[in-house]
Design a protein around this ligand. Structure first.
Ligand SMILES: CC(C)=CCC/C(C)=C/CC/C(C)=C/CC/C(C)=C/COP(=O)(O)OP(=O)(O)O
Ligand SMILES: O=P(O)(O)OC[C@@H](O)CO
Ligand SMILES: [Mg+2]
Length: 234
């Protein structure tokens, strides 16, 4: 059986540290037509905030995953479909490759390995908080990114490679190079997706587009347009 994300064109990433647009609910977000919800954010996470969003989303019929950020906050609930754990391949600080993970395994006795998978991040927006925290080397050209994608798949057996431009729209040629380098892994793209065209453009190059800030800044109507763009591209 193939992994669920191989079927996804679109993900909404909800940051429990940010609010929704006035008048909108998590139910509205779950009903945008997105293929999956990831709950997570780089910073400012608490178990209470994460649990509240997980509880609100788990009442609706959309796959629900936690993606822990730098504070490694994870809540364990049966209603979750799984846990997507970032590994930052171009991190300058190796904590974001294995150190934080080692600590999580040491401290957390509730890890459900059957529902736990990794995402091989390549972080490319130097101004994002994820780049700052991980001290990522973002000065990479298309060949570098393709090579990172290749090692993620071939040497580290990663099933998901994530080209991350968090907060800004990335270089389509770089995303295409990552896609061309992969045979089996699923390519996620995230960063600056804000309308039909931007979702369509990256959806043609990546398997799955991830929409983050838009749901908090513009709301569900705008998200729905990105679902259309990503779906039409695939
Ligand atoms: C081992 C465990 C359980 C946790 C560590 C997991 C790691 C390596 C985290 C590193 C940071 C990371 C890749 C977080 C993923 C989520 C993400 C990129 C959120 C969006 O980030 P930004 O857009 O930069 O942040 P804000 O929008 O919150 O400013
Ligand atoms: O917030 P945006 O820029 O949409 O980025 C989405 C996601 O890739 C962040 O981790
Ligand atoms: Mg962001």
């Amino acid at each position: 059986m193939s992994a669920p994300w191989t079927e996804w064109d679109h993900i909404v990433k909800i940051d429990p540290d940010k609010s929704l647009v006035d008048g909108e609910s998590y139910e509205d977000v779950c009903r945008t037509g997105t293929d999956a919800i990831e709950v997570g954010g780089t910073t400012g996470m608490t178990e209470e905030k994460m649990q509240a969003v997980v509880d609100a989303c788990s009442e609706h019929d959309v796959p629900l995953y936690i993606e822990p950020g730098v504070d490694a906050t994870v809540v364990h609930t049966d209603s979750l479909d799984g846990y997507l754990i970032p590994i930052v391949f171009n991190a300058g600080d190796v904590s974001w490759m294995t150190g934080a993970h080692k600590e999580w395994v040491r401290i957390d006795d509730g890890i459900d390995w059957a529902r736990t998978n990794t995402e091989a991040y390549i972080v490319l927006n130097p101004d994002s908080s994820v780049a700052t925290y991980t001290q990522a080397n973002c000065d990479l050209d298309a060949e570098d990114v393709a090579a990172y994608a290749t090692i993620a798949e071939r040497m580290f057996g990663q099933e998901i490679v994530y080209v991350e431009y968090s907060g800004t729209f990335g270089d389509p040629e770089i995303v295409a190079a990552a896609g061309d380098a992969l045979d089996e892994a699923t390519l996620f793209y995230g960063g600056g997706i804000h309308d039909y065209d931007s979702a369509h453009e990256m959806g043609e190059r990546a398997d799955t587009v991830v929409v983050g800030d838009l749901v908090h800044d513009e709301g569900v109507d705008a998200v729905r347009e990105t679902v259309r763009g990503a779906t039409d591209a695939n």
